[in-house]
Write a protein that binds this ligand. Structure first.
Ligand code: SF4
Ligand code: SF4
Length: 368
């Protein structure tokens, strides 16, 4: 087991920048932990924790200098791999009346993500299946995803709305990272246990000059890994997929719809949701037109518009669509759950609707 000092994060960020990466990590802004460019240790949210409850999120000041002492904020890495708004294709009209096309983002930056939680690694894997694992690959997503360097950070203190343990996606990363860190703070000890997941991760770790952990550090790290799963705020019923499949006419959908604002927050904060819409945006002279993709949501009425009109006209129908896709039909479509248990949809739902409670309610009430 190898450790580095917390201050080595400064070197890590600098080395990745020198290697040509645009380095992105957690920062504190407007009362939240958000992902943004980081240039050194000082940009990380040292000493900040976050409280999560249904419809509630607050930062608080810790009594230590933990660099990764928060859980997750409203952002996910999705905003870099599948941006909220992107130009896919630009079409130019030539003077002779013909057309030329160019890619919207010909060469995206190579990015390094710092502080990726295990559930977020799982979410990236889910979106890889969606965008790259189908008959038609999403070229724009593929170009951004290809060069990404992933520095994961295992969760030591899961939040009140977390349930990754019951989704088998955390709180310790098993794969999908270049380097994984575990922050260990106990008594006067403060170290980062480092593991390499790829050759590139090992090469970077060597440049940080790690040392072997002593016995106390080893025992403390093992305690973090053992105890974190027991600190989950919630759990998803293990039979969620079957419960939903047999509850499509359950009265609970209508009950939940009376609370749901159909605001789409849950889908926008979700690291796996991928609904999008396309629009053509011409310039005023009619010489250039852009095909722009923006995030959409199954909670928007127009999202289900087809020939003949919108077919999910009620909030109950939209909520059922979201939940049943996430936890049931996503398995049929992509071979995995569409939920990784990050808890964002619970924290950021303005009325505190809780996906785990909804499934438990459907399971407990039986079919109607
Ligand atoms: S459905 Fe909710 S808990 Fe599951 S991945 Fe999306 S935001 Fe996270
Ligand atoms: S479940 Fe909550 S976040 Fe999602 S659309 Fe309804 S009110 Fe908005």
């Amino acid at each position: 087991m190898r450790v580095i000092a917390p201050q080595a994060m400064d070197t890590l960020i600098r080395l990745l920048s020198e290697d040509g990466y645009e380095v992105v990590g957690p920062t504190r802004r407007e009362g939240a932990i958000v992902y943004d460019r980081v240039h050194g240790l000082d940009d990380l949210p040292a000493g900040w924790g976050d409280d999560h409850a249904p419809g509630r999120y607050r930062l608080w000041q810790r009594d230590d200098q933990a660099l990764f002492g928060y859980v997750v904020g409203p952002h996910s890495w999705k905003k870099y791999l599948f941006p909220p708004r992107e130009t896919l294709v630009r079409v130019h009209r030539r003077d002779d009346g013909g057309f030329e096309t160019e890619n919207g983002e010909p060469s995206p930056p190579r990015r390094a993500f710092i502080g990726v939680r295990p559930c977020e690694l799982a979410a990236i894997d889910v979106q890889d299946r969606v965008f790259l694992g189908q008959a038609v690959r999403d070229r724009a997503y593929g170009a951004r995803r290809e060069g990404v360097f992933l520095v994961a950070v295992n969760c030591a203190e899961p939040g009140g709305t977390c349930f990754c343990a019951s989704m088998d996606t955390g709180p310790r990363a098993k794969s999908g990272f270049d380097m994984a860190l575990t922050e260990v703070i106990e008594g006067g000890m403060h170290v980062l246990v480092a593991e390499a997941g790829t050759e590139a991760g090992e090469a970077l770790l060597q440049r940080l000059e790690p040392r072997e952990a002593d016995d106390a550090e080893r025992r403390a790290a093992e305690r973090v890994w053992r105890e974190a799963p027991q600190r989950m705020g919630r759990a998803m019923p293990t039979n969620a997929r079957d419960v939903i499949a047999r509850s499509l006419e359950h009265p609970r959908w209508e009950e939940t719809a009376r609370r749901c604002l159909s605001c789409a927050n849950c889908t926008l904060v979700c690291p796996t949701c991928f609904c999008a819409q396309m629009e053509e945006v011409p310039d005023l002279e009619g010489r250039v037109s852009e095909r722009v993709r923006t995030w959409d949501s199954c909670f928007n009425g127009e999202h289900s518009y087809m020939v003949g009109g919108t077919h999910r006209t009620t909030v109950a129908a939209r909520y059922r669509q979201w939940l049943s896709h996430k936890l049931s039909t996503w398995h049929d479509q992509f071979g995995t759950s569409g939920c990784v248990g990050c808890g964002r949809c619970i924290t950021w739902c303005p009325v505190g609707i809780d996906i785990t409670e909804e499934v438990a309610g459907l399971a407990g009430g039986g079919d109607s």
